[in-house]
Design a protein around this ligand. Structure first.
Ligand SMILES: Nc1nc2c(ncn2[C@@H]2O[C@H](COP(=O)(O)OP(=O)(O)OP(=O)(O)O)[C@@H](O)[C@H]2O)c(=O)[nH]1
Ligand SMILES: [Mg+2]
Length: 422
């Protein structure tokens, strides 16, 4: 197993509510996901970041000594490094260095499954690499293998600049063709008038677990970060009979590398197009408030900051003391506390979703001829039948039906509307 020395950096110039220990903890979680052994995690507070070394050459020499003592293969930094900084650090330390973006790209590269996912990751990796291919430092160091060198699938990253440029152009072209295809599908879905709900949230919050619990989607779930890169779309019938399409998304992270957001824009467009978002939060995570803010930031970047959102406080089964739930419900008004794993309190979640779409369904009583069993099938499929009576004059049905469908059936002479709530 690759052995790494972690370096958590705090820049004085950076504001925000992320404390040094939060950054350190997150770096460790990312490294764990990469199956790299963390030998130690050194924190560096940088009052004056330098363009050549970021942390200063003196600190770099200290790290070189420590890395030698610990016999580290690699140094992993919690911060992004410029090409120059990375080259200089590698020269002084004599080891491979990996920065935060590279680390995240590496995880994405390992987890990409679909063709589109792989292409998006490769594009992000190449765009990251291109401006760094000056001199030979980074090129040579990347040839050693290990973390920071994974390509999507089994491919090794190319390091030839001209070929990279060509490849970037090709990937962009192919991805935009896929985007077009995706838009066509989305348009068709819109025509069918099915509302779409997208699960968003910090990585590891439990989005895929929730999707599976709601729809038997079979989405892969794991304790590592960024397990899901390829969202799945599933249809789901709410208790009131309304059919919706629901999907999960790539997990978010604070300061998600912009290369990644750019490359995944096509996938993340689903978030922008959604009728409703469910923001899944890991209630058992000590940094829940920071996660919440980070997700809002990414949503803003995607121009989805104003979407209707239901906050789902997930993993309540992990809380021995239920006290914090009350406080959290105050902090996140309207939030529902659930356990995706144990399927707890899904009724409240469904109620919130239904309320959000209220007005789309209509309650009515109709009488249809016995010969029109196909309509009964349709009502079962598209609506919710509350009561059905087989009478002499026909089949009397009390049901909830989507308004769009009601409009379509309005002029059907065979359907007699006895009562409706409009
Ligand atoms: N105890 C408990 N664990 C949960 C719950 N929901 C999810 N988990 C666990 O949390 C971990 C992450 O779950 P995922 O569903 O993969 O999370 P995700 O949000 O899809 O993560 P990414 O795809 O990586 O962004 C897994 O180990 C799940 O088993 C829950 O309600 N209770
Ligand atoms: Mg997932």
């Amino acid at each position: 197993m690759e052995k790494a020395l972690l370096v958590t950096i705090a820049l004085n110039s950076e504001k925000g509510n992320w404390r040094l220990e939060d950054i350190a903890y997150e770096l460790e979680e990312l490294v764990r996901t990469c199956r790299v052994e963390a030998l130690d995690n050194i924190t560096c507070v940088c009052h004056k970041p330098t363009p050549n070394f970021l942390i200063g050459s003196g600190k770099a020499r200290e790290l070189a000594l420590l890395a030698g003592e610990l016999q580290a293969d690699t140094l992993i930094f919690s911060h992004d490094l410029s090409g120059t900084q990375q080259r200089n650090l590698e020269e002084v330390i004599g080891k491979k260095t990996v920065d935060r973006t590279q680390l995240i790209l590496d995880i994405f590269a390992r987890h990409a499954k679909s063709l589109e996912g792989k292409m998006q990751v490769e594009l992000a990796q190449l765009q990251y690499l291109l401006p760094r291919l000056v001199g030979k430092g980074i090129v040579l160091s990347r040839q050693g293998g290990g973390i920071g060198t994974s390509g999507p699938g089994e491919t090794r990253l190319e390091v030839d600049r001209r070929r990279i440029r060509k490849r970037i152009d090709k990937l962009k072209k192919d991805l935009s063709a896929l985007t077009l295809h995706r838009q066509t599908i989305r348009k068709r879905r819109k025509e069918n008038a099915l509302p779409t709900v997208v699960l968003v949230g910090y990585t590891n919050a439990g989005k895929s677990t929730l999707l599976n619990a709601l729809t038997n989607a079979g989405q892969v779930v794991s304790g590592g970060l960024f397990t899901t890169l390829d969202p799945l779309y599933k249809s789901l019938q709410l208790p009131n009979g309304e059919n919706i399409v629901i999907s999960d998304t790539v997990g978010f992270l604070h300061n998600l590398p912009h290369h990644l957001i750019e490359a995944f824009k096509a996938t993340l467009e689903e978030v922008v197009e959604a009728d409703l978002l469910i923001h899944v939060l890991d209630i058992a995570h000590p940094r829940i408030y920071e996660h919440y803010q980070a997700v809002l930031e990414v949503l803003k970047q995607l121009n989805a900051g104003e979407k209707p959102v239901i906050t789902a406080l997930n993993k309540i089964d992990l809380l021995h003391d239920k006290g914090p739930i009350d406080q959290l419900k105050k902090d996140f008004p309207g939030a529902v506390a659930i356990s995706a794993k144990l399927r707890e309190n899904f009724e409240s979640l469904f109620k919130e979703i239904e309320n959000n779409f209220s007005g789309r369904m209509l309650e009515l009583k109709v009488i249809i001829p016995h010969s029109r069993m196909d309509l009964v099938d349709l009502f079962y499929r598209e609506g919710k039948i509350k009561k059905i009576d087989y009478l002499h004059e026909g089949i009397r049905i009390h049901l909830n039906l989507p308004k769009v469908l009601h409009h379509k059936l309005l002029h059907n002479k065979e359907i007699k509307i006895v009562n409706s709530n409009i």
